[in-house]
Structure formats: structure tokens, C-alpha cells
Design a binder for this molecule. Structure first.
Ligand SMILES: NC(=O)C1=CN([C@@H]2O[C@H](COP(=O)(O)OP(=O)(O)OC[C@H]3O[C@@H](n4cnc5c(N)ncnc54)[C@H](O)[C@@H]3O)[C@@H](O)[C@H]2O)C=CC1
Length: 406
């Protein structure tokens, strides 16, 4: 059984335009074959669908980059330990996935394509399983964490400080999944907004998103003394290693969180690069962390914090759309660049910086965070799998798209 990334990618691109239907079909198929799995998922599946789509897209389009795919899958495997599911679910998920791809590929499906998907899924699932098994020996599946501080910093924006029951190792720039008691099985991602601290506390910057269950619970209904559940830290954004270049960080809204962690880390490392931190908000009132940032600036003369307000003509400071302000402020071609915030802001900032000659390898942004943005979540299972394989069965039957209960 050998990998054939080309065949997997070609068949996947045929499905991408109807991905919404395909993902709905996938879950229908999965729950029809394994009804007991439904209870492991949240009541509302909308975010879940996005997560599956994100994960699948990322895996398929990374098949030619085994190193980065391997570390992504290993992280995904470790992260899935918190769902507390069982080994055989990998097979159930694989079967449902294969049936779905076959159904939506229609006439283009061949035995060769099927073999390519079986090989790819089996390899991916085995990396996740092995990584989770290795992690089980050294790290908890999740961390209960106590809320030790809760500050409402602006309308709908809170800074929440947590103390995990056992210390959590993480890299500045990483994020984690979080569950509140009010919404069991609903996990949302938030970046850790500080570098590791001696007291092991973790800070989160949270904006209550309209319709966002977890973010609203965190901002409006969480009190000091409450307990939350944290998944393991994930994500690949990290401080520059051994790099003497100057740094620019472009933070949109609560996208500030991981960039603040990175800046804290660089300051604590003893290095002295010049750091420009551009902090964008729509209104001055939403510059929720300025007091803290000013303190950092006062303690580290190489840091310049530059607030930028986009939607308030009366604001007495730098005004305008953040990507435009970044571009016109300075040439950043020699800098290490970190960008985080709303996806469109990130994309536009990156586009402009690349246009101005910043090499893509020096631009760092993580693909997802916050309640409004979803993360990979295939929801297979993980524990106690030595010697077992997650290989799905060949597709045995198929109905029409939408015929999810067959
Ligand atoms: N809370 C967290 O831990 C993290 C959150 N994020 C993400 O950061 C984002 C933060 O959202 P908000 O605070 O509501 O930001 P926001 O909507 O208030 O915007 C923040 C800044 O980005 C600019 N901006 C927004 N949309 C833009 C666009 N289409 N083009 C150019 N500039 C644009 C605004 O003008 C403003 O300067 C969310 O997407 C969230 O998922 C990312 C990482 C961590």
C-alpha cells in the first residue's frame, strides 16, 4: 500500500466545491454506522463541520510535505486525547470518510483512487494514534484550570487568568482548546497570551462573539473560582529562534494574544531586537490591553507599541485600516514578521508585506484561533492502540448525497 498524493488531491478537489454537503453526509454516515459516537460530539455540529473540513483540507494539501504534515498530525493526535474516545473509532471515521469521498467523487472514482485514500488515511491515523500513545505516558489528556482573575477590559472583551491544576508546558504563540462547564463537549480555541510563568498561570484574551457559546460564557458568565477544562497546547507559531533580526508584530483585536506571548518571550530571552507592535482595533475603547502594553514598553526600550484605530474618525492617533497602516508606516523587508487577527486582516497584511519584499518564510501566522475561527477536529479515537491499525475497510455501499442514514 503506497501513498499517492496526486490521486488523493485530484479526487479531493472534485469534492471541495460541495464540501458542506459532503461533511454533512460524512457525519450522517458515521452516526448511522456508530450511533454511540454521537454522544461524544457537541449538540450543535456547525463548528464541528468546519473543523473537519479544515483538518481534511490541510492534511490533503500537505501530503507532499511529510515533515510538516507529520508534526501537525502528531499534535492533532495528542489534542484528541481530551475527547476520551476509543481505538476503533479511527476505523469508523475512516470508513465514513472513504464512503463520503466515493459518493461525492461520482463517476471519477476508481480502485486506484480508493487505494490511495486508504493508504493516506491509514498513515495519517497511525501517526495520530502513536503520538497520542506516546503522550499518554507523559502528559494529561486535559487540564482542569481554576479562574483566578477575570477583568472586563472593554465592552465584550475580557482578559481571563487561569491556573491549571498541573503545570502545562507550551511554546509562546501556541493556542489551546477550552471547555466551560456550561457547555459540555463544546471546545473552542484561544491563544495563550503570555510566555510561560513561574506560577504556571495562563492568560486568555476573549471577545464575546455574537452566538459564540464559549466566548460569551467566558466573558459574561465566568467568575473567579470557576473551573474550566483545557486541552493541550497546539499550533506552530513560535518566537524566532536565534534570530538577530528586528521584529514587527501586527495584532488585530484579540489576535494580540499570541503576539504578546511572543514579545514577552523575546524580552525575557535577554536579546535586544527592535520590536514594533502594531495593535489594531476598530475603536479606541477596544484597545483593551494598552495599559499592560505600555508597562512592557516602559520596561524594554527596544519595544514600540503603536495603537491603530480603523473606524473612529475622531481618534487622536494612528488611524486607518491596519494592513494599510502597516505598509505605509515603514519598510519591513528586513524584519521577522508576526501577524494575527481576523482572517481577512491577516491575509491582506501578508499580501502587502510579501508585495513589499518580505520573504514568506519570515512571515509567521497561525491558521486559526478564537471562537469565530475553527480548528481541525476529526474526532477519531486514540488510547491503548498498540499493534492495531486504523485502516478503514473498502467502501461497501453507497447511497445518494444527502441520503445520510443508509
Ligand atoms: N482570542 C484569541 O486568543 C485569538 C483571536 N484570534 C482572532 O483574532 C480576531 C480578533 O477579532 P476582533 O477582536 O473581533 O477584531 P476586530 O474585528 O475588532 O478587528 C481588529 C482589527 O483588525 C482590523 N480588521 C478587521 N477586519 C479587517 C479586514 N477585513 N481587513 C482589514 N482589516 C481588518 C480592524 O480594522 C481592526 O484594526 C478573530 O478573528 C479571532 O478569531 C486569533 C488568535 C488568537
Amino acid at each position: 500500500m503506497s501513498l499517492n498524493p496526486r490521486l488523493v488531491k485530484e479526487s479531493f478537489s472534485a469534492i471541495e466545491p460541495v464540501m458542506g454537503k459532503a461533511v454533512a453526509y460524512f457525519y450522517g454516515r458515521l452516526f448511522a454506522a456508530s450511533p454511540h459516537l454521537r454522544g461524544m460530539f457537541p449538540p450543535a455540529m456547525d463548528v464541528q463541520r468546519d473543523r473537519l473540513f479544515s483538518a481534511l483540507t490541510r492534511v490533503v494539501w500537505s501530503l507532499d510535505s511529510p515533515d510538516s504534515l507529520g508534526s501537525y498530525l502528531a499534535q492533532l493526535g495528542r489534542d484528541h486525547r481530551k475527547y476520551g474516545v476509543l481505538a476503533e473509532h479511527y476505523t469508523a471515521v475512516g470508513n465514513a470518510l472513504l464512503a463520503t469521498i466515493k459518493r461525492f467523487a461520482g463517476d471519477t472514482w476508481t480502485d486506484e483512487i480508493e487505494a490511495a485514500w486508504v493508504a493516506a488515511y491509514t498513515a495519517a491515523a497511525n501517526i495520530m494514534i502513536e503520538s497520542a500513545e506516546a503522550d499518554a505516558g507523559v502528559s494529561p489528556a486535559w487540564w482542569p484550570a481554576e479562574v483566578i482573575d477575570h477583568e472586563l477590559r472593554a465592552p465584550g472583551i475580557a482578559v481571563v487568568t487561569l491556573r491549571p491544576g498541573t503545570p502545562m508546558d507550551f511554546v509562546p504563540g501556541q493556542y489551546l482548546n477550552l471547555q466551560v462547564a456550561r457547555w459540555p463537549r463544546v471546545w473552542r480555541t484561544f491563544s495563550i497570551a503570555n510566555a510561560p510563568r513561574p506560577d504556571n498561570t495562563i492568560r486568555l484574551h476573549v471577545r464575546a462573539i455574537s452566538g459564540g457559546w464559549v466566548s460569551t460564557a467566558l466573558v459574561k458568565h465566568t467568575r473567579i473560582g470557576d473551573t474550566l477544562l483545557l486541552g493541550p497546547p497546539v499550533g506552530t507559531m513560535a518566537p524566532p529562534a536565534e534570530c538577530m533580526r528586528d521584529i514587527i508584530c501586527v495584532a488585530g483585536g484579540t489576535g494580540l494574544a499570541p503576539l504578546k506571548a511572543i514579545v514577552e518571550h523575546v524580552i525575557a530571552s535577554g536579546r535586544r531586537p527592535n520590536i514594533h507592535l502594531l495593535v489594531g482595533a476598530r475603536t479606541a475603547a477596544e484597545l483593551y490591553d494598552l495599559a499592560d502594553l505600555s508597562r512592557m514598553e516602559a520596561g524594554f526600550p527596544w519595544l514600540r507599541v503603536l495603537p491603530v484605530v480603523s473606524d473612529d474618525p475622531g481618534y487622536d492617533g494612528m488611524r486607518g485600516p491596519l494592513p494599510e497602516v502597516v505598509q505605509r508606516f515603514h519598510s519591513w523587508a528586513d524584519h521577522e514578521v508576526y501577524v494575527c487577527g481576523p482572517p481577512a486582516m491577516v491575509a491582506e497584511t501578508v499580501r502587502r508585506l510579501e508585495g513589499d519584499g518580505v520573504p514568506p518564510a519570515r512571515i509567521h501566522c497561525d491558521p486559526a484561533q478564537g471562537e469565530s475561527r475553527s480548528i481541525y477536529h476529526v474526532q477519531p479515537e486514540i488510547q491503548g492502540l498498540s499493534g492495531r491499525t486504523a485502516q478503514p475497510n473498502r467502501v461497501e455501499s453507497g447511497g445518494r448525497p444527502g441520503d445520510v442514514t443508509r
